[in-house]
Design a protein around this ligand. Structure first.
Ligand SMILES: *[C@@H]1O[C@H](CO)[C@@H](O)[C@H](O)[C@H]1NC(C)=O
Ligand SMILES: *[C@@H]1O[C@H](CO)[C@@H](O)[C@H](O)[C@H]1NC(C)=O
Ligand SMILES: *[C@@H]1O[C@H](CO)[C@@H](O)[C@H](O)[C@H]1NC(C)=O
Length: 457
């Protein structure tokens, strides 16, 4: 237990505290008192400036001068304020004048354009555009309007690099004038002809992009709201969601059953989501079939986020990627079936562009590009090389190009495609080649699959 000294010590401290506190209290009272006296002297009933007059004279500025100064300041301030509001008013007037001039210019241009397009198409431009292949006479007015040129409002030329706009059409359009004219024949503002197959043929022949039209596509009757995600990813859409006119099949069930029908159809078993589609890219066999998770595992988790599947059939690759929170745009043609509508019904993004078309993405943007069964030896070599360079262009540094089941002859593999891929500049991360199992007439048919990377510089 503690000694008596220990016990005593705190009490002594308390005593000292008490005397110290009393002293503090006295000082405080003194301070309050003096303050009260001061307050009384200055604010009391007898206080006025005269009491201090002797004192104020010693200040560098008399209070009298302060008042004038304050007045001066006040008036300067008010003058400033009024000037400010005048400037604001002027500014407003200028803006409205500017707008007026701008709208006048736009109106002028419109009038000018109307006279040129209705009377004659700007001849020299048309000649260069059409390279004399086109006789201007056969162009309908609607076609002329669709492909321009259209004058831009003044002031827009520096940004656009030209004072007129020519909406793009594929150079191939010029070689199929009759078909193009037929495509551009419709009631302006009315319903478009149901001509998707015809239009797509034109695209595939090189008239891509097609000119725009001023008509409404036929709407499917009894359209119902689509299935919600994620169920939509694996749901067969209702037959009422599309127009069946152009296809031999008139229902999705017919398209599903087609896998058992002899004969060639593009992506024959792709519409059956419960069939082969269900297991695609889920397993990696160490050979030609790569698994999505094995491919994604090559990169840090989450860094493959956006990409493109070239010729992606019914969109199953995009669906599997969507389940991994990756957004894939699926390019597809509607060959033998409504592929674009089907992809969209699954809640995925279809784009209707052929493999000939420059990819509509900016360079160094995509994390991944995938393509299965589409890029193959049917594509003329020179064209394929441009396509590969385009894929390289849109991929970001470190981006992946998954070339899935490229079909060719054994001799072409090492002679043509390996050197071409090397020329393009891709880095090989994985490479598998194998004889095609269901070989046809030619016994030397091969596939190769490759995981390529756009190198970082
Ligand atoms: C200056 O303006 C303030 C308020 O804006 C006013 O209180 C003050 O009396 C004015 N002074 C003079 C000298 O006019
Ligand atoms: C996808 O994102 C959602 C929401 O952020 C998250 O709950 C889910 O776990 C993610 N799925 C995968 C496979 O990463
Ligand atoms: C291609 O070349 C590689 C190595 O140079 C060789 O192993 C392979 O057998 C060749 N492939 C074919 C199909 O000729």
């Amino acid at each position: 237990m503690g000694s008596p000294d220990d016990d005593d010590h705190p009490r002594k401290q308390a005593y000292h505290h008490q005397t110290h506190n009393r002293y503090k209290l006295k000082m405080l009272l003194l301070v309050i008192l003096t303050n009260l006296i001061t307050v009384y002297i200055f604010t009391g009933p007898s206080f006025n400036f005269n009491h201090l007059s002797g004192y104020t004279h010693h200040l560098p500025l008399p209070l009298w001068d302060c008042a004038t100064l304050s007045q001066d300041l006040n008036s300067t301030k008010s003058e400033l304020t009024s000037t400010h509001s005048q400037i604001a008013e002027l500014h407003q007037q200028l803006t409205s004048t500017n707008l007026l001039v701008q709208s006048l210019l736009i109106e002028l241009n419109r009038v000018h354009e109307l006279t040129t397009t209705t009377n004659q198409v700007s001849e020299p431009l048309m000649k260069t555009l059409l390279n004399d292949d086109f006789t201007l006479g056969v162009m309908s007015n609607e076609l002329k309007l669709a492909i321009g040129p259209h004058k831009l409002p003044l002031g827009y030329s520096p940004r656009m690099g030209s004072n007129e706009l020519c909406p793009p059409v594929g150079a191939g359009c010029l070689r199929f004038q009759d078909e193009l004219s037929q495509y551009m024949t419709y009631d302006v503002g009315g319903e478009c002809p149901v001509d998707d197959v015809f239009a797509q043929k034109l695209m595939l022949k090189g008239c891509e992009p097609l000119p725009r039209r001023r008509c409404h596509p036929k709407s499917p009757a009894n359209y119902v709201e689509p299935t919600g995600v994620p169920d939509s990813l694996w749901a067969t859409p209702p037959d009422t969601s599309i127009i069946w006119d152009p296809y031999t099949c008139k229902s999705y069930q017919c398209l599903i059953d087609r896998k058992n029908v002899p004969g060639y159809f593009d992506c024959k078993d792709c519409f059956d989501l419960q069939g082969r589609e269900k297991t695609r890219w889920l397993f990696d066999n160490g050979g030609l079939d790569y698994g999505i998770d094995q491919v994604l595992g090559i990169k840090p988790h989450g860094t493959i986020r956006i990409g493109l599947d070239i010729g992606g059939g019914t969109g199953t690759f995009a669906a599997r990627m969507r389940e991994r929170n990756i957004t894939i745009i699926t390019s597809s043609m509607n060959l033998d079936g409504p592929f674009n509508s089907f992809i969209a019904s699954r809640g995925l993004i279809p784009i209707h562009v052929s493999v000939s078309q420059r990819l509509p993405f900016f360079e160094n943007t995509m994390d991944i590009v995938h393509s299965m069964h589409v890029l193959s030896n049917w594509i003329p070599d020179a064209m394929l090389e441009f396509t590969l360079y385009d894929i390289y262009r849109v991929l970001r540094p470190g981006g992946l190009f998954w070339l899935d089941h490229f079909f060719c002859l054994g001799s072409q593999l090492n002679q043509t495609y390996v050197p071409m891929l090397e020329r393009t500049g891709f880095k090989k991360l994985r490479w598998n080649a194998g004889m095609k199992l269901d070989r046809g007439i030619n016994k030397n048919e091969w596939y190769f699959s490759a995981l390529l990377e756009k190198p970082r510089i």
